[in-house]
Design a protein around this ligand. Sequence first.
Ligand code: UD1
Length: 355
Amino acid sequence: MLILHVVGARPNFMKAAPVVRALRLHKGVKQTLVHTGQHYDANMSDVFFQQLKIPAPDVNLAVGSGSHAKQTAEIMSRFEPVVLQGKPDLVLVYGDVNSTAAAALVCAKLLIKVGHVEAGLRSFDRTMPEEINRLVTDQLSDLLFTPSQDGNQNLAREGIAADKVHLVGNVMIDTLVELLPAAIRAGKDGFTGRYALVTLHRPSNVDDPRTLKRILESLLAVNDELAIIFPVHPRTRQRIAEFGLKVDQLRLLDPLPYIDFLAYQRLATVVITDSGGIQEETTYLQVPCLTLRENTERPITITQGTNELIGHDMKKLRNELEKILSGKAKKGSVPPLWDGHAGERIADLLVRNLS
Ligand code: UD1
């Protein structure tokens, strides 16, 4: 049996790692790894392969950056011959990035089975490119692995047959559980004092000069009470330079490797982010998270976890930060099946369904 994994962007790597590892324990399963090259900077890609101990990709499509149409089309045309040649029994795609939807579309047309890891998440906001990728990928998938019950409900509402859908839990948390001891060792004698860990990369936050300026000014305003540690995504770095924004007093870092970021995250007073996965990681770590988005495809991090939506309301950001600083942070609990074993459940289901 041959399983082909497709990864392309930073958030895919920590989702694929536990599935690759779990499938290795099944005799008779061969695996191929294709990297689309959507993310190509060493600190957005190579370092994750090293720390997560993912084998080097068998194929790198090296598509690089471009408009959505161009990037998606480029992935499709370079991926098609790879699938035709490899003839996998199933292709596994991860998350909601352009590489995910592009690979699913290629396979669906070639009648090759697709499994989607992290299926069923919905923000109900079609202005987000990721929401389009989620909708398309789930419609085209043969096996859908959901991280939480809300995913199953969303898929049922969209008419996807229940026997294709499997609630397996959260693979991102598998990686977190695996590497937390390394993060604890890495962070043992460093970070004292209170700090906010910040990440920003969504077009809705960083592509408009006025929005980005307001967010950065709000961060500067709290910098006296709370140090700001801000590993900057390449897209955001470009925008800050392009718009000529002043950021001298914020601690801007290059994108961090997985273990280093986790070390900062677990000891943060608060995390301020527009990422999807970080909303989940903070819920697991029980660290308060303030999300600079109007909606989330991960509602369980709000209903059960430590996450709060802030949108673009900088007054609300200030109020929530004050609550956290005065010891009144939101408390949460860890959702069911976010237990470090989701990858094993996926591997078992794949073997059962494909044998
Ligand atoms: C992509 C995903 C997003 C995910 C994010 C995590 C889509 C639609 N978006 O967004 O869901 O949360 O990854 O990081 O798939 N760039 C570099 N080096 C790189 C990669 C990107 O400099 O290695 C710069 C380029 O200028 C590029 C821009 O960042 O144009 C955006 O990259 P792209 O892959 O299009 O989207 P992300 O914003 O990274």
